[in-house]
Write a protein that binds this ligand. Structure first.
Ligand code: PMP
Length: 423
């Protein structure tokens, strides 16, 4: 198959020609790149073109693509049978590794980040006997009904503030507050003391591009909900094992943590972690129901374990070094091209905003020049660099990215920035 034949067949098979919205390239224009394989920092399309990849599978690919230790572990697990609907040894090993790295006392594995946040909220409602949930404008926590209110990721990319098909009665249980606004959070709890089950937040919001949290906001987040008997859910689905071997450390006082992406080594996963008294509310120990045919699937567990084994403290030092090199190169390119753009980076997560200053909240992120981003994306693609196809997604650097790839990326960006913002 060629790029064109894949796209044509997909257009007749899938809504919008894709199986997840941002993959359609709708906001950046041009034809989506069908990927046939990946190797290290590269992906290859069906016509044989090679790209330096910063999509990273939207987060899981921290080792780069097709790392032999991981693919071998998956093959070994697969050879022993794919799914049993039974307890097995690999889930115990992966959970023990996660517990050691995060300090989370109990875990439940599920099949996606969406399931993890959905179930974390169910636990919080059961634990508190309350219904309301607070989320923040532009944070994305997957596509369960109650969390699709003013969400980031594809919802932001497509300019949809909410999703159709979510009953008002469900959406009405989610309050949306501006990010980085401690006063708004305090006002909410003053007005609704005793009604809020949980506040859910991305430890570093990364679904409208990256928003840098203010220290004061983080303090209020960790104090005010607790003072009113509400739980704090830290969504570490992107940041867990991305910024450090374990949790990000941004919200140490969180009651529940959701994980996903990296801990599955490139296969589908989600997880909830927390203290025994909260995780013990899950069936069969407690009254909160949650289940999954494929939960803790042996091949996924094997991929996660092989990945975590390679994520040594030295690996994070190296990621920091390589990503800093990229950040510095992009900053220099922006300065030289004299374009109104900015870069924000945490470890191996990076956003380039077509806006002179990095945004503090979703309202500011929306001011970014998305038409310039679209031109930039196309210019980078033409130069063999694949960044996420939206101003509102985050770039991921992997351990497979080396200086030559970073230098090539910066050279491409220096030209692409001028194309994106002609003088
Ligand atoms: N939470 C965050 C912070 C995410 O970035 C995502 C997905 N990008 C999710 C939850 C949902 O995870 P999944 O796509 O695996 O359902």
């Amino acid at each position: 198959m060629t790029n064109e034949s894949i796209r044509e067949a997909a257009a007749g098979l899938f809504p919008g020609g894709v199986n997840s919205p941002v993959r359609s390239y709708r906001s950046v224009g041009g034809d989506p790149v069908p990927v046939v394989r990946g190797a290290g920092p590269y992906v290859f399309d069906a016509d044989g073109a090679r790209y330096i990849d910063y999509v990273g599978g939207f987060g899981p690919a921290i080792l780069g693509h097709a790392r032999p230790e991981v693919t071998r572990a998956i093959a070994e697990a697969a050879a022993e049978g794919l799914t049993f609907g039974a307890l097995g040894p690999r889930e115990v090993e992966l959970a023990a590794a996660i517990r050691e790295a995060t300090g989370l006392e109990r875990l439940r594995f599920l099949n996606s980040g969406t399931e993890a946040t959905m179930t974390a909220i169910r636990i919080a409602r059961a634990a508190t006997g309350r219904d309301l949930v607070v989320k923040f404008d532009g944070c994305y926590h997957g596509h369960s009904d109650g969390l699709l209110v003013r969400a980031g990721s594809g919802v932001a990319t497509l300019g949809m503030s909410d999703s159709a098909g979510v009953p008002q009665a469900v959406a009405g249980l989610t309050a949306v507050l501006p990010y980085n606004d401690p006063a708004a959070l305090i006002r909410w709890f003053d007005a609704h003391p005793g009604d809020t089950a949980a506040v859910i937040v991305e430890s570093i919001p990364a679904n409208v591009g990256i928003l840098a949290p203010d220290p004061e906001f983080l303090q209020v987040l960790q104090a005010v909900p607790r003072a009113h008997g509400a739980l704090l859910i830290a969504d570490e689905i992107i940041t867990g094992f991305r910024l450090a071997r374990g949790l990000s450390g941004v919200l140490p006082a969180a009651d529940l943590v959701t994980l996903g992406k990296i801990i599955g080594g490139g296969l589908p996963i989600g997880a909830i972690g927390g203290p025994a008294h909260l995780l013990g509310l899950l069936a069969p120990e407690g009254p909160v129901y949650q289940a999954g045919t494929f939960s803790a699937n042996p091949a996924v567990m094997a991929a996660g374990l092989a990945t975590l084994q390679l994520l040594t403290p030295g690996a994070y030092q190296r990621l920091e070094q390589v990503a800093r090199h990229l950040e510095n190169g992009l900053r220099t390119a922006i300065r030289r091209a004299e374009v109104p753009a900015s870069v924000v980076r945490y470890g191996s997560m990076l956003s380039l905003f077509f806006r002179p200053e990095p945004p503090r909240d979703y309202a500011q992120a929306r001011e970014a020049d998305t038409a310039a981003f679209a031109r930039f994306h196309r210019a980078m693609r033409a130069r063999g660099v694949l960044i996420p196809p939206s101003q509102f997604e985050t770039w991921f650097v992997s351990l497979a990215h080396n200086e030559p790839e970073i230098d090539a990326t910066v050279r491409a960006a220096a030209e692409a920035l001028r194309e994106a913002c002609p003088a």
